[in-house]
Design a binder for this molecule. Structure first.
Ligand code: TRP
Length: 365
């Protein structure tokens, strides 16, 4: 019991946070997933800040569908409380939430098998935050590199308490449904470490020999580095991203305006020619080939030929996604039903977990 707020144990040391350890572990997990997908429950999700783009798609979204289709149980959280850390709620939250549901349906997340839900609709999930906060020290919260980075880039003048504690809230997102697998990019690894720490400490303190929570694993995705059309990080707020929902014409316009360089001969050289390399990579991902092959096709035909190839590849690849998106988009009642049913399912799971937590904490009155 005295271990509750003890300094980091070997498994939470800086080394365990290292990407290479997570990558090695992820390779082992991939094998296990293929052997027995039914043993895994995945929780992952996003902040509802608008439409998702190709960076999201090739970084994480298609991996969700892949896991679902392998037979892993999938929970997708729309983190509508987490957006409060850095956005005005006045941004049209309902519309943003619906866009996220639409994007997921369009890429093939199946609401019959997967649970898509919002934070704010699941009271028992949020209630876990309080006991969880008691298991984490202020010094630990202070050290989180992803939060530090977000604070450094925040447009808000003061750091809110929520900004500081949201990784613990995220631990509740993961643990409420006893997810044992969390597909993440590198920036989310520190948050997953918080969830692992909370699970261990809760089990140590209240488990009485039987762990209440599984200690979840990160499934580190090999996110390809796609740059935005201006050569910087792809991001909706920078207007440099092709969203899944963009029309074929919008896509053509964005790609035509993309930054390249003055060398006519097209080769794949990520270090020396990052903008050209990113365009090649995007076309390659859509075509299911390597960027070197795409580069060889184009050769000395130059940047305009490269851009034509990228536009055609993206538009062809996304055509079915966009068609489904348009179809679902016409049926708002269906969207709302998907979310309502997802929220109901998440509530039932969260209520059962909270009941166990109360029993473990001897607060079942
Ligand atoms: N923090 C994540 C992001 O900004 C979103 C998120 C919220 C999440 N809760 C989660 C991701 C739980 C994985 C697991 O993208």
């Amino acid at each position: 019991m005295s271990t509750t707020l003890a300094p980091a144990s070997p498994t939470t040391s800086a080394d365990a946070l290292g990407t290479s350890a997570a990558r090695a572990r992820s390779a082992v997990l991939e094998v296990r997933i293929h052997e027995d997908p039914g043993r895994f429950r995945v929780l992952t999700g996003d902040r509802p800040t608008g439409r998702l783009h190709l960076g999201h798609y090739f970084g994480t979204l298609r991996n969700r569908v892949r896991l679902q289709d392998l037979g892993v149980e999938l929970f997708v959280i729309i983190a509508d409380y987490q957006v409060l850390t850095d956005r005005d709620i006045a941004d049209d939250l309902t519309a943003h939430v619906e866009e996220l549901v639409l994007d997921h349906l369009a890429i093939g997340v199946d609401p019959e098998r997967a649970t898509v839900f919002t934070h704010s609709a699941v009271p028992a999930l949020n209630q876990l935050l309080l006991p969880f906060l008691s298991l984490v020290s202020v010094a630990e919260l202070n050290r989180n590199p992803t939060v530090k980075d977000e604070i450094a880039h925040s447009r808000q003048s003061a750091v809110s308490g929520l900004m500081f504690t949201y990784p613990v809230h995220q631990a509740a997102d993961i643990l409420f449904c006893k997810a044992n697998l969390v597909p993440v990019g590198q920036d989310q690894l520190p948050h997953l470490e918080v969830a692992r720490t909370v699970a261990r400490r809760f089990n140590d303190r209240y488990g009485d020999g039987t762990p209440v929570f599984p200690v979840p694993d990160a499934l580190l995705s090999e996110a390809p580095l796609l740059l935005g059309t201006d050569g910087t990080k792809m991001s909706k707020s920078r207007g440099n991203a092709v969203s899944l929902a963009a029309s074929a014409d919008e896509t053509a316009r964005l790609v035509r305006g993309a930054r390249t360089d003055s060398e006519r001969h097209i080769v794949y050289d990520p270090a020396g020619r990052p903008e050209v390399a990113s365009l090649l990579l995007l076309a390659a991902l859509c075509q299911g080939r390597t960027p070197e092959e795409v580069a060889a096709d184009i050769g000395s035909a130059g940047a305009s030929a490269l851009k034509r190839t990228v536009t055609e590849s993206v538009n062809e690849y996304l055509a079915p996604v966009r068609a489904r998106r348009a179809e679902y988009g016409r049926d708002r009642a269906y969207l709302r039903r998907v979310l309502r049913e997802g929220n109901e399912r998440a509530r039932a799971v969260a209520d059962a977990t909270l009941a166990e937590v109360r029993t473990a904490m001897r607060s079942h009155y």
